[in-house]
Design a protein around this ligand. Structure first.
Ligand SMILES: C[S@@+](CC[C@H](N)C(=O)[O-])C[C@H]1O[C@@H](n2cnc3c(N)ncnc32)[C@H](O)[C@@H]1O
Length: 310
């Protein structure tokens, strides 16, 4: 990793720090696809209710979308490296043997380095070339007409936006009536807690009265439910999903935390470069102290949220 050193870590592009971290968000992305009903991995368990019971059953879109040869329009918003799309296409191709030409998938992101990687993937990944479109867009002001998509996924997206509620409203606006919104947030971020531990061990660091995300309301199921209800959404289902990320060594895990360290130290001004690097060193020390010099793991809990636009 070319820019993984004390002098340059802040200059790395989103692509440079996201490459190699795809496995972190993929499991939640797959859960999101499953809970939305666009794919079905296991037979539905009728006794398995959500953390917050919904007024009716889990949104199940496979049964009422795409009939009569209609195209199913999907929006992977804040697509990153296409973690949601790649799993959707793989599932449609290999598991459910669904005809891909019934789907149209838009991958949108605001980051140029990620968009150019997505364009490469569009040419090389199986199944992508015919069904995907890639666009630069801003989640708080989508240049898309109302009522466009059957499904919209935002895997670990909204809490990162400059105005998360505006972003949520925009997503709901572009969904068709009866369309399904699926997004994930952190209920407990293992990397974030490790990072707090590492920062607390620094003798001094800048005071920040308004810490950046992840955190706050978006971590709480009741707030999420109330917010979605206030926007008129139905069939709200919010499930905690625990998962573990692994790395071959403490050093590798510390590198995988590039993005979260960058966000959390973003208001440290000129001290971010040097102190931020010390944070990576502390993270590595802590992991070695607690888990040894071999492979390490961090456990997190995501909230998998789905809801239907009436
Ligand atoms: C934590 S990553 C998640 C990526 C991907 N959805 C996944 O499943 O891993 C958040 C993504 O949202 C994108 N993003 C952040 N702010 C955005 C905005 N205002 N508009 C569009 N995308 C945005 C980032 O560039 C990044 O790709």
């Amino acid at each position: 990793m070319s820019k993984w050193n004390p002098q340059e870590w802040l200059e790395a592009s989103s692509l440079e720090y996201y490459l190699g971290t795809e496995e972190v968000t993929k499991p939640a992305g797959l859960k999101l696809l499953e809970q939305s009903g666009i794919i079905s991995i296991q037979p539905k368990l009728s006794s398995h209710s959500g953390l917050i019971p919904s007024s009716s059953s889990t949104p199940s879109v496979t049964s009422d979308k795409g009939h009569d040869g209609e195209i199913i329009k999907v929006f992977d918003e804040g697509a990153g490296l296409g973690q949601v799309t790649s799993q959707l296409i793989e599932h449609l191709l290999k598991i459910s043997n669904k005809p891909l030409d019934r789907y149209q998938i838009l991958l949108g992101d605001h980051d140029d380095s990620l968009l150019s990687e997505l364009e490469k993937r569009q040419q090389t990944f199986e199944g992508w070339s015919n069904v995907t479109e890639i666009e630069k867009l801003d989640g708080v002001a989508l240049h898309k007409p109302d009522n466009t998509f059957d499904y919209l996924f935002g895997n670990f997206l909204y809490f990162l936006l400059s105005d998360p509620i505006k972003g949520l409203e925009e997503s709901i606006r572009v969904l068709k009536p009866n369309g399904v919104l699926g997004f994930s947030t952190w209920a407990y971020s293992g990397p974030f807690h490790l990072l707090q531990h590492a920062i607390a061990l620094l003798p001094n660091y800048p005071f920040n009265p308004n810490p950046p995300p992840p955190g706050g309301n978006w971590m709480h199921p009741q707030w999420l439910k109330q917010t979605l209800e206030s926007k008129g959404m139905k069939d709200i289902k919010i499930e905690p999903y625990e998962f573990t990320q692994t790395a071959e060594s403490a050093a590798e895990m510390s590198r995988k935390m590039h993005h979260v360290v960058k966000i959390v130290t973003s208001k440290w001004g000129s001290e971010q470069r040097e102190l931020g690097w010390k944070v990576f060193e502390k993270i590595e020390d802590l992991l070695i102290r607690e888990q040894g010099k071999g492979p390490v793991k961090i456990t997190s809990v995501a909230l998998i949220v789905t809801a239907r636009k009436p």
